[in-house]
Design a protein. Structure first.
Length: 169
């Protein structure tokens, strides 16, 4: 059985997250995605004992800075994913551990998107986990440059969300 290490940090003052719950639900979604897509992911044909990833919760000012400094984009983002293992051909497994990378989520953007949703079909937790599932897909090497890839990613996100009983998204 693979050990999954998820570390979180919330530097956003406006939303007191239950980080233990976030870690548990993220772990469950990651386990689901891996169990159904390992062969297509960056984990294929790799031997490892553990997987590690970080999630940082911040504000859109921080994602603006990260976008500007690392992606040459002059705008804030709701989510930025730094997929260390999937994006670096020189990635290595250290002491049996794969460090997938980091997901950075602007919680004020999450709230803004929920408030913009005219149909009010999602609450902020559902939107948060939708973004986390999206970040997990990127950390595992899935992208969406084509319509087919986009549909695959969204479908797998929905399935991962169903695994944590967020099937209304």
């Amino acid at each position: 059985m693979t050990t999954i290490n998820i570390f979180t940090e919330n530097i956003f003052q406006g939303w007191k997250l239950n980080e233990k719950d976030v870690i548990n639900k993220t772990r469950k979604m990651l386990e689901f995605i891996i169990s159904h897509n390992k062969e297509q992911s960056c984990l294929n044909n790799r031997e490892y004992e553990s997987i590690t990833l970080d999630i940082v919760f911040c504000d859109s000012k921080k994602t603006y800075e990260l976008n500007r400094d690392y992606r040459d984009r002059d705008k804030p983002a709701d989510i930025i994913t730094f997929a260390i293992f999937a994006d670096d051909e020189k990635s290595f497994i250290f002491d049996g551990d794969i460090n997938l990378g980091e997901i950075v989520i602007a919680l004020d953007k999450v709230e803004e998107q929920v408030n913009k949703d005219i149909s009010n079909s999602k609450n902020r937790e559902q939107e948060l986990y939708f973004l986390i599932s999206h970040g997990l897909m990127h950390l595992l090497g899935f992208d969406h440059q084509t319509e087919e890839e986009y549909n695959f990613v969204i479908n797998e996100q929905k399935r991962a969300l169903e695994s944590i009983d967020y099937d209304k998204i």
